[in-house]
Design a protein around this ligand. Structure first.
Ligand code: F2R
Ligand code: MG
Ligand code: MG
Ligand code: MG
Length: 356
């Protein structure tokens, strides 16, 4: 297997940042109208010469779109991996909690903040314990473990390591298997995308093969049953994606019914993967001057719901697959802290190579 180049690492972190910052503008809306979204995006592009001096009202030009909890936590994952050179649960947990304490208003999930408060207590001796206590001991199945996981496959090249450390990094906040299995799936998607060139059939087949194994353990089976789901719920949704991709177009209502646009990992990680795969092809509703990475982010946001998180996950996958060439400078420069993101990507690439 050829070693992925630095452009994929840059693309992955930039795609994730774009998805979060652009998606956050629309998070929580049940309906996002495409003309409104496209008009907002035109406001990010450089002013045409005749418009010079007359900056459009509400223009987002300049580093003006703030990132949310998705990026704040992704940065903590990356900074921990870079500082320690490998996964270190105590260091990562501390960074999550300290980051929350420093900037609590990044739009965190309602329940996860209790984990941070417990982690900040000097009485906390097991960093996985606060997550296990969430939801009366059931643990969170939110998408917070998945939204921040991209740093793991950008450090670990081995598939078993990707699975192991995606799970552990998610378990610091998400003890329900429907939460951490979503993180494993998202990490595997970035891991495969980094190899580039895979057809969407092969990409999906590989994910299904891994997830059928990941979801077959006792805890995954009992957590899914306890919530009234069928067995292997992620694998089943991946198979539904395969069906969807056989049609030339799938109505948005069907995508929302089968895959969802919600805050649960099960209702958002498969949606992000579907968005990436379907946007390899052009879309009659999205102007053709947008490239595949842009189309992916536009499509995710157009689904409404948890737009920042679905777009950040799909953006990470698409960015790893297409590389930084598809990251439009005007979009990137509209996002908070984009230069630091570029530096982190460079350091991750160096660590990845050093570990090989
Ligand atoms: N929180 C948000 N968005 C809404 C508010 C932000 C908005 N911009 C505003 O200003 O109003 N977004 C962020 O949260 C999601 C990630 O959440 P995470 O980290 O998974 O948190 P949590 O609290 O663990 O889970 C989220 C919710 O899921 C439900 N839930 C989870 N497990 C459950 C269980 N076992 N039983 C019942 N419910 C469960 C709860 O409602 C949790 O609060 C991302 O969208 C990120 O962008
Ligand atoms: Mg968010
Ligand atoms: Mg250790
Ligand atoms: Mg969100």
């Amino acid at each position: 297997r050829p070693r992925p180049g630095p452009a994929r690492f840059r693309g992955c972190l930039a795609g994730a940042l774009l998805g979060d910052c652009l998606g956050a503008v629309f998070e929580g809306r049940s309906v996002v109208k495409l003309p409104e979204l496209l008009s907002f995006l035109r406001g990010l592009e450089p002013a045409p010469p005749e418009e010079e001096g007359g900056e459009a009202a509400g223009s987002a030009r300049g580093e003006s779109l703030p990132y949310t909890d998705d990026t704040a936590m992704s940065r903590s994952v990356v900074q921990s991996l870079l500082a320690r050179g490998e996964f270190d649960e105590v260091d990562m947990a501390k960074r999550f909690a300290e980051e929350y304490k420093k900037e609590p208003n990044r739009g965190y999930g309602m329940a996860v903040v209790n984990v941070f408060k417990k982690l900040l207590s000097p009485k906390c001796s097991d960093v996985f314990e606060p997550a296990r206590a969430q939801f009366n001991g059931k643990g969170s199945y939110g998408n917070g473990g998945a939204m921040r996981v991209a740093g793991i496959p950008l450090v670990y090249a081995d598939t078993q390591d990707v699975k192991k450390f995606a799970k552990l990094s998610a378990e610091l906040t998400h003890a329900n298997s429907l939460g951490y299995n979503g993180a494993i799936l998202q990490a595997l998607a970035v891991h495969l995308a980094l190899q580039g060139g895979l057809s969407r059939e092969t990409f999906l087949e590989q994910l299904i093969g891994h997830m059928e194994h990941v979801e077959a353990d006792d805890k995954s089976l009992s957590d899914a049953r306890a919530l009234g789901f069928e067995d292997l719920p992620f694998s089943r949704r991946l198979k539904k994606i395969k069906e969807f991709l056989e049609f030339s177009s799938v109505p948005k209502e069907d995508v929302l019914f089968e895959l969802g646009n919600g805050i649960a990992a099960l209702r958002s990680v498969p949606t992000a993967i579907y968005s990436f795969l379907r946007c390899m092809d052009t879309d009659p509703d999205i102007p053709e001057h947008y490239n595949a990475l842009q189309r992916t982010i536009i499509y995710c946001i157009s689904l409404g719901g948890d737009t920042d998180t679905i777009a950040t996950m799909a953006g990470a996958i698409a960015g790893a697959y297409y590389g930084e060439e598809q990251v439009p400078p005007s979009w990137e420069q509209s996002c908070e802290a984009f230069q630091e993101t570029q530096r982190m990507a460079k350091s991750l690439y160096e660590l990845y190579c050093q570990r090989l």
